[in-house]
Ligand binder design. Structure first.
Ligand SMILES: Cc1cc2nc3c(=O)[nH]c(=O)nc-3n(C[C@H](O)[C@H](O)[C@H](O)COP(=O)(O)OP(=O)(O)OC[C@H]3O[C@@H](n4cnc5c(N)ncnc54)[C@H](O)[C@@H]3O)c2cc1C
Ligand SMILES: CC1=C(CCC(=O)O)c2cc3nc(cc4[nH]c(cc5[nH]c(cc1n2)c(C)c5CCC(=O)O)c(CCC(=O)O)c4C)C(CCC(=O)O)=C3C
Length: 460
């Protein structure tokens, strides 16, 4: 009998996917999942209430990244997969909502014509963006911030009005801190090849699928049964799930719990939140990742009677920082995902908390709701909510600052010297759910191979 044992620390999508893939590779191994909180899912959290289905963390994932879709199908949940309703969204800038120009990828315009006609930036801003055709390469194989890269290529107005509002939301930080190489390497590559972004842009336009419908299609996929069905299903592959079990230290061959108990294992996989790597592993390269910046944010989901909410064609809007609002963005969830609200109701999800404005997240639910509503009403008509569900991520959102990839590489090299200890998670190779699953699969494969070698060594 195979007595091998694997410990996975952290029951977010990264840890859960690792459990699944390790079990798939080594069905005989005993996999134990340790989670500090009282629930499975990490940032994925689904609340069902009064006929609403409320995603409190991620609401879905990018359809063009295939691994998670394959995982969902393998788990038998393929019939629950749904595509978001429409691709358009808006930017709130200069006190009004304007449609994001068609053909933008990650908030960055990739088509010239919609850019020339957009009201989002002034004629001078457009001329400045056109200088991109002339100026030499900015990226010189040395990581720089997104603000420097896009600012120098396309000018400050385009950055403030178009690029920053979406990217600072997706990657939880300031463009002046954020790493070009870790967040948008494809744009560095375009510049390297074509020098001008505008000239190179046609190469990054989303590929047109043959026979694809003309109608705007959403870029996201989700599960109509709620994302927690995925996390619960993944957790069921563990031989043992221990909730309310914080790990305080990891060494080759064991995990030490906060009460001092040591659990021995052939492999220990860390899939925790970003701030835990340093304390758990306690070597300089792990602290290097832990000491990087993190943000504090919250989602505020509110149910309404449909008649009391005005929403345009599209999925929601992001807010330019210069508007000085507390909310950073807003999603019309029932527009995007019709199953999330009863027929006569609307589900609106707004976001608060930035690198500069973390304090709001620490306020009471009532205060956050009031401030959020005040801002929402500056943008559009909105009535009195039936309820609100506020979910905080305190100091828990990883930021990829300049030289992130170098820190990750140093960390992973150092980890190789700690036999039987592995790490994966959103703080390493991408924050999107499919990125987390890719990383988990990769680590599980390594674990599977190492366990096989170890088993052979024992037999011989
Ligand atoms: C509001 C919001 C919206 C988002 N939107 C999207 C989106 O639309 N699309 C997308 O792809 N991604 C989105 N994301 C990002 C995505 O949700 C996360 O990057 C991803 O869920 C992170 O998963 P993880 O498993 O790496 O970490 P986490 O989910 O943070 O899980 C880590 C787990 O480790 C546990 N843990 C920590 N310390 C210990 C310890 N010492 N011992 C034991 N357990 C420990 C934690 O309790 C937690 O359960 C969004 C995130 C948020 C918050
Ligand atoms: C944390 C977070 C917030 C909260 C914001 C905050 O706290 O301020 C948020 C809000 C929003 N995100 C929005 C739109 C988009 N988000 C995208 C993609 C992604 N978001 C992510 C995270 C977040 N998103 C992630 C991890 C990805 C995948 C990246 C990848 O896997 O690489 C993409 C695809 C990009 C492309 O390819 O063009 C779009 C178009 C809109 C607009 C209206 C709407 O649709 O609701 C809003 C309010």
């Amino acid at each position: 009998m195979d007595g091998q044992k694997v410990i996975v620390i952290g029951a977010g999508i990264s840890g859960l996917a690792t459990v699944y893939y390790v079990k798939k590779k080594r069905p005989q191994a005993r996999v134990v999942l340790l989670e500090s909180s009282g629930r499975i899912g990490g940032k994925i959290k689904t609340v069902r209430r009064d006929g609403f289905l409320i995603e409190c963390g991620p609401e879905g994932y990018m359809a063009r990244k295939p691994t998670l879709t394959k995982l969902i199908k393998d788990l038998g949940l393929g019939d629950q997969l749904v595509r978001s309703n429409t691709g358009t969204y808006y930017i709130y800038v200069n006190h009004r909502l304007r449609r994001m120009p068609e053909g933008s990828v990650m908030g960055i315009p990739t088509k010239l014509l919609p850019m020339v006609t957009t009201g989002l930036i002034s004629p001078i801003g457009k001329l400045r963006a056109g200088l991109d055709l002339l100026i030499p390469r900015v990226y010189q194989d040395r990581d720089i911030s997104l603000a420097e890269f896009f600012g120098r290529r396309l000018g400050p107005e385009l950055v403030t009005n178009m690029i920053e509002p979406l990217l600072s939301g997706i990657y939880n930080g300031n463009l002046s801190d954020m790493s070009l190489e870790a967040t948008l390497p494809q744009f560095a590559a375009i510049e390297k090849k074509h020098r001008s972004l505008i000239l190179g842009m046609k190469h990054i336009q989303p590929p047109k699928q043959a026979g694809a419908p003309k109608k705007a299609e959403g870029r996201f996929l989700s599960l109509s049964c709620g994302l927690d069905v995925l996390t619960e299903k993944l957790a069921s592959f563990a031989d043992d799930v221990m909730l309310n079990t914080p790990v305080s230290h990891v060494e080759p061959g064991k995990a030490v719990l906060s009460d001092g108990t040591a659990i021995e294992a052939d492999a220990v996989i860390l899939a925790t939140s970003p701030k835990q790597l340093g304390p758990l592993l306690d070597f300089p390269e792990a602290w290097g990742l832990t000491n990087d910046k993190r943000t504090t944010t919250a989602t505020v989901a509110m149910g309404f009677k449909k008649a009391s909410v005005e929403s345009l064609d599209g999925t929601g809007y992001v807010v330019s920082r210069k508007e000085g609002l507390n909310i950073t963005a807003c999603s019309w969830m029932d527009r995007k995902w019709p199953y999330t609200a009863p027929e006569d109701c609307a589900l609106v999800r707004t976001y608060v908390g930035t690198a500069e404005n973390a304090a709001i997240v620490e306020e009471s639910d009532e205060a956050i709701e009031e401030k959020a509503l005040t801002d929402l009403r500056k943008v559009g008509k909105i009535g009195t909510p039936l309820f609100s569900v506020i979910t905080r991520q305190i100091d828990n959102m990883p930021q990829y600052t300049v030289n992130h990839n170098q820190r990750v590489q140093a960390f992973e090299q150092a980890l190789e010297n700690r036999k039987g200890v592995y790490a994966c998670g959103a703080m390493l190779h991408g924050v999107g759910l499919p990125d987390c699953v890719d990383n988990a699969m990769h680590v599980a494969e390594q674990v599977g191979m190492d366990l096989k070698v170890k088993e052979k060594a024992v037999i011989e």
